[in-house]
Write a new protein. Structure first.
Length: 365
């Protein structure tokens, strides 16, 4: 099998040349709640991402790994044997199921696997289900945090490791900027994907075509913005999440004086106007925002929406505030077949992301 299926780059061949895209071959990006083979992580090692706190995040990060390891493989990118040993020691202390822990020597610049990791697609149209990877371009959220050369090639390295074909769209995209309902709909934000620091040569319509053709989807819905403190320019996985094919959880701020209030009210109004492919409106469930989390005078992008759906759990960041329990209750009602688990993310959010930002699911075929 050819590991690198280089496709026509729309920038040179035009949007009409779609015959070799994943969608044309029957591939789709499944919803996060569909069964996983594994969750991919990139072991945190960059001091600049957690200044003065890197050592403090490991107990919480390994608690995340422990829960994941109960019901799926956890595949972790590490630089070398030294990092593998350190990571394994931390994971053992957390009491994880070591039979489900795997390490791969794929050096990274940073830990945000949602954005630099592989976008796994599946194709169930043939005699045997097939898996593929999309390797989008990655520029650390608009060239904010160079270098990012190692992160940019992680999907292709994983494709080679597992003999999975890899598609190369040739444009910048991040996994945290897109949300899927498993029935052909993508939800994203204008503030991120239309930002000139990503793909300034592309129009909104052209970006939609890339999303539909390389994720195997039919429809793109847009909200306006993300929360204050989010250095990704407004990733959707901090604000609005599908919990089934027609229902979203969206964060709202109840304090009109808070700087997130109007941003999130605008998103809510936009969601209320949206229609799915069958013409039906979205079911919208409101999720509170936590109390502001501030570190060294910086508002951090703390949000309960940055949860991760594993095979049997939903892992939710919590922030040592009174709203934690209410948020967990709301999310639990959305996932009656899974156990909702809160993990303190007060230290992890200093890196400006939480559990969904740190992980990438690999579907089972």
């Amino acid at each position: 099998m050819n590991n690198e299926t280089h496709l026509p780059d729309f920038r040179t061949s035009g949007l009409s040349d779609t015959y070799k895209t994943p969608k044309s071959q029957g591939y789709v990006f499944p919803a996060e709640w569909e069964e996983h083979e594994a969750t991919w992580l990139s072991w945190p090692h960059k001091e600049e991402s957690w200044p003065g706190k890197l050592e403090e995040i490991y107990p919480y990060y390994c608690q995340f790994i422990k829960i994941l390891s109960e019901d799926e493989f956890v595949r972790i990118n590490v630089k070398d044997e030294e990092m593998r040993k350190f990571a394994m020691d931390c994971i053992m202390q957390a009491g994880a199921n070591l039979e489900n822990i795997e390490f791969y020597f794929h050096e990274t610049n940073d830990a945000w696997c949602r954005d630099h990791g592989p976008a796994f697609l599946i194709n169930k149209n043939g005699e045997e289900p097939e898996k593929a990877i999309v390797d989008w371009g990655y520029n650390a959220w608009g060239n904010k945090y160079p270098p990012f050369d190692l992160d940019d090639v992680i999907p292709t390295k994983i494709g080679k490791e597992f003999d999975i074909p890899v598609f190369h769209p040739g444009i910048v995209m991040e996994g945290g900027s897109v949300e899927f309902n498993g029935k052909g709909t993508i939800l994203t934000s204008k503030s991120c994907l239309l930002n000139k620091n990503r793909n300034p040569h592309l129009s909104k319509e052209e970006i939609e075509e890339y999303l539909k053709n390389y994720y195997g989807q039919e429809q793109v819905l847009w909200v306006s913005d993300g929360i204050i403190g989010d250095d990704t320019d407004g990733h959707i996985d901090d604000t609005v999440r599908f919990v089934n094919e027609n229902t979203v959880l969206t964060v709202v701020e109840d304090n009109p004086e808070d700087e997130n209030y109007e941003i999130l009210q605008t998103n809510l109004r936009e969601l209320q106007e949206m229609k799915l492919l069958d013409g039906s409106p979205l079911n919208i469930i409101e999720l509170p925002m936590p109390d502001p989390v501030i570190w060294e005078d910086q508002r951090l992008p703390a949000s309960y929406a940055n949860f991760y759906i594993s095979n049997k759990h939903v892992i939710v960041p919590t922030y040592r505030c009174d709203k934690d329990e209410k948020a967990l209750e709301i999310i639990q009602k959305c996932f009656p077949e899974r156990k909702v688990v809160g993990i303190d993310s007060t230290e992890i959010i200093w890196g400006l992301g939480s559990f969904h930002c740190l992980s990438q699911q690999e579907p089972l075929v």
